[in-house]
Design a protein around this ligand. Structure first.
Ligand code: NAI
Length: 655
């Protein structure tokens, strides 16, 4: 059957937009409402919107499109000629079913009736008609003219043919779609949304700053708006009622006190001038100021785990495919990263842990990890870090001595794995780092490199025991010139950005490695120091390049050898971000992901320029390398190393 005439019931927020989209696609549209004034207003809005499109050159004539839209208050009459019906009247079960009975009686037998309901069960609405096989959910997003995406929901009797025709119809009006295969409360997008919003509201109830939660969403999770921003925009009443309706239909969740409080106080968001944020006047759009600097106060894994759990439920129950879950959140909510990819980024094991911890804290059953997630953990399908999670990712693992190289799709993780010696840098580790970076450099999939330590330390510095065992100048020279220097140069001249994720101590050579990395993310308990002079040696990188780039504070660090706490390191400029240790790997990954956006050629060029800056101080660095070689020949060096190993105070003789 060919569709020519589309009838849209309800000319409110959604109905008028749906009518416009259908008319734009060339359909003859009949728009129905209960009062002429409402229809008049709807036409004014459509006309305004079409004129804008005309001005932008996106359509030839707004008049021509508008001429395809008729209006009427006669519901039955409008049903008679329809080939496809879309219902978008108020969200009231009785109003909708009453309308369906009336139009079902007069509409052509082959006409499909689609409902735009957000919360009512499709199957129950369908039961009001004698054509449940030709009844379907077609859920648009506000505004339909901009969000070119719909959820197509099957009722329990919807026929395959009706689904097929509806998919084609959606395509014909320029909508991408997902198929929601079972009629579950909230369908797909709103089930996930509600989990995110509720968890955000709960964290806020527990004292987390709303702005911090929104900053995490906007700046770290790739959402276009913060959660509270979206709730204010959509209307807190709408969310409150939708939650209630979904709960009545069996969607299990404990309501948020905070949302209820706002609702009861009439602070409904933008439309009342105040919700979670304040607005210049009721109804006035305003983008709340959300500071990026607050984004690290919230753990994204904790915030998103309930939503990921919901997504797992949808998949396990055959409600939607993985691909459709991703598509729905990307197209419906404008997420830049799908919810399942987020999970694969976090690690499914960490998602499960976060859920269990929340279950422990709040006691709510909704935090019980979905069996699908538990099964994935069981099978070691943890996400990008094992090469398979919800999706399959490029993955490689290789060990270079005690350095682990892991390619997690497009990021290379280089892990110093000598935790028993606090990752002290011996020949084995230096060489391992060299080889691992070399491998990452040669792999065109790899966009950025993350360097981190296993266990409690990033690296406690050069291996003093190994240095103490040097027999003479030749051993020292071999070490510096053949082992350490090539690795230092490898880092400086790497064409790919290198991010250090400092998980604990970064002393001596460990801190020097950080100075060479492009970005340094430190956990709150990370500490830095270049105490080489205290053991009769000197830190060649810190004393030359470090001082040149970071100034007096670095001079102080080199001369005193004193510890620098993470926050202070950030003030000096040797650390980009300080975060709680449970977020370290996420933030390092986020930095690495940001390096995907610029052109690889540009990144390589910028890296080359940075290398040149270091090169400009090569004279100082050469002197530093010479001085360290000389230092190894002094008695004080032996004394310093020996005292360190015996945990004694050295006695300097100046020789
Ligand atoms: P609205 O209140 O702006 O518009 C509803 C319109 O239906 C009103 O103009 C009303 O006069 C009209 N109406 C009421 N009874 C009628 C009848 N018997 N025959 C014809 N027209 C009738 O509501 P809105 O927001 O447009 O929502 C409509 C439907 O779309 C609801 O089912 C809602 O759940 C759903 N929806 C709403 C979204 C939103 O963001 N507002 C998003 C997606 C779905």
């Amino acid at each position: 059957m060919e569709i020519k005439n589309v009838t849209v019931y309800g000319a409110g927020t959604m109905g008028h937009g749906i009518a416009e989209v259908c008319a734009l696609a060339g359909y003859n549209v009949t728009l129905v409402d209960i009062k002429d004034e409402i229809l008049q207003k709807a036409i004014e809005k459509i006309s305004w919107s079409l004129k804008k499109l005309e001005k932008k050159g996106q359509i030839k004539s707004s008049e021509e499109v508008l001429a395809r839209i008729k209006t009427t208050t006669d519901a039955e009459e409008a049903a008679k000629t329809a080939d496809y019906i879309i219902e978008a009247v108020v969200e009231k079960f009785d109003v909708k079913t009453d309308l369906f009975k009336r139009i079902d009686a007069v509409a052509k037998p082959e006409c499909i009736i689609a409902t735009n309901t957000s919360t009512l069960p499709i199957s129950k609405l369908a039961a009001a008609t004698n054509r449940p096989d030709k009844f379907i959910g077609l859920h648009f997003f506000n505004p339909p003219t901009l969000i070119r995406f719909v959820e197509i929901i099957r009722g329990n009797k919807t026929s395959d043919e009706t689904v097929k025709v509806t998919k084609n119809f959606a395509k014909s009006i320029g909508m991408d779609y997902v198929e929601v295969k079972k009629d579950v409360p909230g369908f797909l997008v709103n089930r996930i949304n509600l989990r995110v919003w509720i968890e955000g509201a709960r964290l806020a109830e527990e004292g987390v700053d709303i702005e911090a939660i929104d900053a995490c969403a906007r700046y770290r999770l790739g959402m276009p708006m913060g959660l509270f921003e979206v709730m204010d925009f959509s209307g807190i009443d709408v969310i409150y009622y939708a939650g209630k309706a979904m709960k009545e239909m069996g969607f299990e969740f404990v309501e948020s006190k905070l949302i209820e409080e706002k609702f009861k106080a009439g602070k409904l968001g933008m439309k009342t001038g105040e919700g979670f944020y304040k607005y210049p006047k009721p109804g006035a759009y305003f983008r709340p100021k959300i500071r990026k600097s607050k984004a690290y106060a919230v753990n994204p894994v904790k915030l998103m785990s309930p939503a990921i759990n919901e997504a797992a439920w949808l998949i396990r129950n055959g409600v939607a495919s993985k691909e459709d879950v991703e598509k729905a959140m990307k197209l419906g909510m404008n997420y830049s990263v799908g919810i399942l990819e987020m999970a694969d980024n976090f690690g499914i094991d960490r998602v499960v842990e976060a859920l269990k911890a929340r279950k422990e804290e709040r006691g709510y059953d909704e935090y019980n990890p979905d069996p699908l997630l538990l099964e994935m953990v069981e099978k070691n399908e943890l996400g990008k870090k094992t090469g398979k999670g919800f999706f399959t990712w490029k993955y490689e693992k290789e060990e270079f001595g005690r350095v682990i190289y892991e390619k997690r799709h497009d990021i290379a993780w280089i892990i110093l794995n000598r935790p028993d010696k606090l990752n002290a840098l011996d020949t084995n580790l230096w060489t391992g780092i060299y080889k691992a970076i070399d491998k990452a450099e040669k792999d065109t999939d790899v966009k950025a490199i993350i360097l981190t330590g296993s266990g409690r330390a990033f690296s406690a510095g050069d291996d003093i025991a190994e240095m103490f065992s040097w027999k003479g100048m030749a051993d020292a020279r071999d070490f510096f010139e053949k082992i350490a220097l090539p690795t230092v140069e490898k880092i400086i001249y790497s064409e790919k950005p290198i991010i250090a994720a400092v998980n604990g101590l970064a002393f001596g050579g460990g801190m020097e490695l950080c100075l060479l990395c492009d970005i340094v993310v430190a956990s709150e308990d990370a500490r830095f120091a270049v105490p080489e002079a205290r053991i009769g040696a000197l830190p060649p990188i810190a004393a030359s390049l470090g001082v040149a780039v970071f100034g007096k504070k670095m001079v102080e660090a080199v001369l005193t050898g004193e510890e620098i706490e993470a926050e202070e390191a950030k003030e000096i400029g040797i650390v980009n971000a300080v975060v709680s240790s449970d977020q370290l790997e996420d933030v390092a990954r986020e930095y690495a992901e940001k390096m995907r956006n610029p052109a690889p050629r540009s990144v390589a060029a910028i890296k080359k320029i940075i290398g040149e800056i270091y090169n400009a101080y090569s004279q100082a660095f050469k002197v530093a390398m010479r001085e360290i070689l000389i230092a190894t020949q002094f008695e004080d060096f032996k004394e310093g190393m020996g005292a360190f190993l015996k945990k004694k105070r050295p006695e300097w003789r100046g020789r």
